[in-house]
Design a protein around this ligand. Structure first.
Ligand SMILES: Cc1cc2nc3c(=O)[nH]c(=O)nc-3n(C[C@H](O)[C@H](O)[C@H](O)COP(=O)(O)O)c2cc1C
Length: 187
């Protein structure tokens, strides 16, 4: 099973990327193959010039073709997802998320933008033909604390993360089982 993570924050010390990294470790510890992508994998020229032929963009597109699922994380910027994330999503083929289960993640300064995933990011994931977009994880900054060890999550966020990742994994396993066609043995 292969899952792609896509980090949409331009910040180095990013809260949304910390949540995404947690998801990566969580899945890897359950024997899921995880390949990570983020803004740092691409040059500004590739993204702003919409260079779909670039080897780095092609690498993401190929990884998605072979992936069962995608976890995409973004900060909320101006009540929506980051513009930088959109420059990546715009480079993907029209059906890039066909047959994929997608778990979106957003972090925001204020709980007031709780619905940004629903009204801003999810329509784009649907336009890319995602098979199943899960409820998603939203955290405001008060639930993610920067410290010497990196980032720590509030107990309530930790709980929601575990639940969402369990649901994500079970959905991937269910889809894998239901799409398995056993060879019909001649009797
Ligand atoms: C340019 C910019 C715009 C932002 N706009 C919003 C916003 O509209 N609503 C909100 O709740 N937080 C907003 N924030 C706060 C970020 O969403 C929040 O700090 C988030 O956790 C940052 O994630 P990151 O560390 O992964 O970049 C904004 C931050 C920046 C830098």
């Amino acid at each position: 099973m292969l899952v792609i993570t896509l980090a949409g924050s331009p910040q180095k010390n990013s809260r949304s990327s910390a949540v995404l990294n947690f998801a990566h470790q969580w899945l890897a510890s359950r024997d899921v193959n995880v390949a990570s992508y983020g803004l740092q994998n691409f040059s500004a020229e590739e993204l702003l010039g919409a260079n779909t032929a670039s080897p780095r963009v092609q690498s993401l597109i190929n990884a998605l073709i072979h992936a069962d699922g995608l976890i995409v994380a973004t900060p909320v910027y101006k009540a929506a997802y980051s513009g930088a994330l959109k420059t990546i999503l715009d480079l993907l083929p029209e059906r890039a998320l066909e047959h994929k289960v997608v778990l979106p993640i957003a972090t925001a300064g204020s709980p007031g933008h709780l619905l940004a995933l629903d009204y801003a990011l999810k329509p784009v994931l649907s336009a890319l033909k995602a098979q199943e977009v899960l409820h998603g994880i939203f955290a405001d900054d008060s639930q993610i604390t920067r410290n010497d060890q990196g980032m720590t999550f509030s107990p309530s966020l930790q709980l929601r993360l575990d639940e969402a990742l369990n649901t994500f994994l079970h959905t991937l396993e269910r889809r894998r089982t239901s799409s398995f066609t056993p060879a019909i043995a001649a009797v």
